[in-house]
Ligand binder design. Structure first.
Ligand SMILES: [Fe+2]
Length: 192
């Protein structure tokens, strides 16, 4: 199966390949390249150079066949590659749920973080294998790979939550996440 199933969904078991970052049976998958992250990194020149020099894959998302429809509970596995653009770690686009509902992330591999922003307050959770990150309703969320290996996590979210990427383009995420000079993570204030 490679597409979303048609409701009503029958009970099913999914196999999670943690090392490979795959769900089986598998639903829709998507690949985000540097060109898909326009306007998100602070250093537009570095972003443009990366886009023009091979447009590297930044992250991939593979979903289960459970569709994004009301009352269903879809799942996806995201793998963010290691890297940085203008000093900012590779990250997801980030989104807000148009229908404010919560979401659960479970760290599977590598090391990363979960950046959340409600328009005023910013929260950062370090994520590692076994860490469960909770995103409350109303908090935009972005994942960041802060390590040297692929960072991978499982997401479980309400099927009617939706994805508003424009909210993040308009409001930012409160902080920019960079490698600190002494190692570790630097959370710099967001400036346009
Ligand atoms: Fe979400």
């Amino acid at each position: 199966m490679s597409q979303a199933a048609t409701p009503p969904i029958a009970p099913m078991a999914l196999t999670l390949d943690v090392a490979g970052g795959r769900l089986s049976p598998e639903g829709p998958t998507l690949t985000r390249r540097m060109s898909d992250l326009e306007g998100l990194f602070e250093d537009a020149g570095a972003w443009r150079a990366a886009r023009d020099a091979g447009d590297p894959v930044v992250y991939e998302v593979t979903s289960s066949p459970v569709p994004e429809v009301p009352r269903e509970l879809p799942q996806s596995v995201t793998t963010i590659r290691p890297g940085a653009c203008g000093g900012e770690f590779y990250m997801t686009k980030g989104h807000q749920h148009p229908d404010p509902q919560g979401e659960i992330y479970l760290g599977l591999a590598g090391s990363g973080g979960l950046l959340m922003f409600d328009g005023e307050r910013t929260e950062w959770l370090d994520m590692a294998p076994g860490t469960v990150g909770y995103i409350p309703p109303g908090w935009a969320h972005r994942s960041v790979n802060t390590g040297d290996e692929p960072y991978r996590f499982l997401a479980v979210y309400p099927g009617s939550a939706g994805h508003d990427y424009g909210w993040v383009l308009e409001h930012g995420m409160g902080r920019r996440v960079r490698r600190a000079a002494q190692g570790g993570v630097s959370l710099a204030p967001f400036h346009r």
